[in-house]
Design a protein around this ligand. Structure first.
Ligand code: DGL
Length: 289
């Protein structure tokens, strides 16, 4: 039986028993600071169309890339306590590199249910790079993490790895998704440091290590000074969730809802969520302290 921490009672309370997952669709909670997690959600929805999806954008605290590490840990734990108590998920997908590279051990210690994180795809990037020159495009928070450095030390395989912490791309992706015009000059400036040369060699692989960035990948392709492989980890995350929860029935689930902790620009966002199959958009206010 799964157990979750009950913030009110200060004790552990039972969740759905996992054993009955053979007879009912699982509830999958997908979590990000904003719209980036939709790039993970769309792969999860393809893999488990029968699942009940709850997508939460912690827009009250966006962008996570700008929060201190202590503040981010406290924030994600507080929001998660609330969401788990209300929605009783069978699996939580932290569709955010900035949070996953820091908060996963805290979440796993606090809640007894499966958490799947999103971390920079350094291993596949370094395994598939022919030039042995790889860039990791992430938020400033993710590039500063010890976890990211440990991934490079363990899986870099002798490749030259350039870490690029973009302060603006996540917000630029949000603006574009809400219908604003893509600011091509600003986007070009943010991705430029990914393109590195060394004599005859040059970068051939860029790991998209922020879930917002695949939303802009077509723009990146247009602006890239030369073609590279852009690595999006979302399909691998969906495979991991299917390993945990099983393959499912293939039937469409009746329930897919999006939650916002702030709810700014709700009207424009419900259209965006609708395009990703999240029929209902609600605000569950959780102001940032
Ligand atoms: N989508 C988040 C990530 O994968 C970050 C965006 C933010 O800075 O909030 O890192």
């Amino acid at each position: 039986m799964l157990i979750a921490f009950d913030p009110l009672a200060g004790m552990k309370q039972p969740l759905h028993p996992r054993a009955d997952l053979a007879t009912r669709p699982p509830t999958i909670l997908v979590f990000d600071s904003g719209l980036g997690g939709l790039t993970v959600h769309r792969e999860l929805a393809k893999a488990r169309p029968d699942a009940r999806f709850v997508y939460c954008a912690d827009d009250a605290a966006f962008p996570y890339g700008g929060l201190s590490e202590d503040h981010l840990v406290a924030r994600v734990l507080a929001v998660m306590e609330r969401l788990i108590a209300i929605h009783r998920p069978d699996c939580v997908v932290i569709a955010c590199n900035t949070a996953s590279t820091l908060v996963l051990p805290h979440l796993r210690a606090r809640f007894d249910l499966p958490f799947v994180g999103t971390v920079p795809a350094i291993k596949p990037a370094c395994e598939t790079s022919a030039s042995r020159m790889v860039s990791v495009l992430a938020t400033p928070g993710t590039v500063a993490r010890d976890y990211t450095r440990a991934l490079i030390a363990e899986f870099g395989g002798g490749c030259a790895v350039t870490l690029v912490g973009s302060p603006r791309l996540a917000a630029l992706a949000e603006t574009t998704m809400r219908g604003g015009e893509a600011d091509m000059a600003a986007i070009a400036a943010e991705i430029a440091p990914c393109f590195v040369t060394d004599g005859e060699r040059r970068t051939d692989t860029v790991a998209l290590a922020c879930t917002h960035y695949p939303l802009l990948v077509d723009v990146f392709r247009q602006l890239a000074p030369w073609p590279v492989q852009w690595l999006d980890p979302a399909p691998a995350i969906a495979r991991r969730v299917t390993q945990i929860l099983g393959p499912g029935t293939g039937a469409d689930a009746p329930y897919a809802t999006a939650l916002l902790t702030g709810g700014m620009a709700l009207a424009s966002l419900s259209g965006v969520f609708g395009r990703f199959g999240l029929a209902e958009t609600r605000v569950e206010p959780l102001p940032l302290h």
